[in-house]
Design a protein around this ligand. Structure first.
Ligand code: FES
Ligand SMILES: [Fe+2]
Length: 345
């Protein structure tokens, strides 16, 4: 498959692991954005994600690197690097190499996930990672929900932007998710790096009901292109996080998480089993989307129905801010970027 025309090096927050995959003192090799990375958790619990290769003679810190207190020690000659990527110890010399530094990434741990900030231009984060609980500002916390349920699919040929385009794509619900009637979007706010999408939707009843009579829906917050959180209302209480992280120029890792709300006083095994079952159903619906995305080819310019025009155009314009290399959402951006490359500008 040809690689997607959209840049696979967008700016933003991207999930690289789950928190429980990296215990205290553990080291993990990662590969994202075409880079070899290493993640490690210090004795105090702080997570660092940095380029994998030791600045000394290039050993990969993810293969044999060891956490020593608050630093990582290279397996090759024992040089130690701190959470800022600075060399703090050369064991056979009285002082470290203060000039050398391994590139580190800003890290946030939230909702049991580890996110890194990726920006080709090396800018500091200019927005935050949405929190599946706190960002909805309704006082609900993880304690009100059953344990997180997860889906992980590695190396799929898709682009993070495909996933967000779901948020303006009213027509797919009936066909991909078999909703009885077409949902209606009630909010599209694409004015800032966090965008907001609300829609009225039902999975119950038949095709003869009117959307005006439906009493359930979803609120979504997209934190850039990499992370989206949702909450439901008027149906089984669920929250989801979708996190799509580019691995290389053609593929992404897809992570999807679901929390099902607890009913006070109902904490028995049957309630747990029901929550598990409903969570799996939400995950199944997401895999229906994945099936489309992983075989999709980005259409640009797309043939849009009149009712689709505004949503898709607005979303694609919003997405442009996350493509610092100019490979954004339109044919014109692509042409401009490739002519820049051609002239060596
Ligand atoms: S290569 Fe890392 S200490 Fe020598
Ligand atoms: Fe969908």
């Amino acid at each position: 498959m040809a690689k997607p025309p959209l840049s696979m090096k967008p700016t933003g927050w991207f999930q690289v692991a789950w928190s429980d995959e990296l215990g205290v003192g553990e080291v993990r090799a990662l590969r994202y954005f075409g880079e070899d990375l290493v993640a490690w958790r210090s004795a105090s619990g702080r997570v660092t994600v940095m380029n994998a290769y030791c600045e000394h003679l290039g050993a990969h810190l993810g293969y044999g690197g060891e956490v020593v207190g608050e630093v990582i020690q290279c397996p090759f000659h024992g040089w130690q690097w701190n959470a800022e990527g600075r060399n703090v110890c050369i064991p056979y010399q009285d002082r470290p190499n203060r000039g050398r530094r391994i590139r580190t990434y800003p890290v946030v741990e939230r909702n049991e996930s580890i996110y890194i900030w990726h920006d080709l231009l090396g800018r500091e984060p200019f927005f935050d990672v949405p929190d599946v609980f706190a960002s909805f500002d309704d006082g609900r916390t993880a304690a009100d929900y059953w344990p997180q349920q997860r889906l992980f699919r590695a190396g799929l040929e898709l682009h993070p932007q495909y996933v967000l385009e779901n948020g303006v794509d009213f027509a797919h619900f009936k066909y991909v998710h078999r909703t009885p009637i077409t949902p209606v979007f009630t909010r599209h706010d694409f004015t800032a790096p966090w965008s907001y999408v609300d829609f009225t939707i039902t999975f119950d009843g038949d095709e003869n009901q009117r959307i005006e009579d439906v009493d359930s829906g979803v609120n979504a917050i997209n934190g850039g292109l990499g992370v989206a959180v949702t909450r439901s209302w008027g149906m089984v209480d669920n929250r989801t996080i979708s996190a799509i992280t580019p691995v290389d120029e053609a593929t992404c890792d897809v992570r999807f998480m679901v929390y099902i709300g607890r009913t006070p006083g109902r904490d028995d095994e049957r309630a747990a089993a029901k929550a598990e079952q409903f969570g799996q159903e939400v995950i199944r619906q997401f895999t229906q989307d994945i099936h489309i995305w992983s075989h999709q080819r980005y259409s640009d310019p797309p043939a849009l129905a009149t009712a689709e025009y505004e949503g898709f155009t607005t979303l694609r314009r919003w997405a442009l801010q996350f493509y610092p290399d100019g490979l954004g959402g339109s044919a014109a951006d692509l042409a401009a970027a490739s002519s820049r490359e051609g002239t060596g500008e």
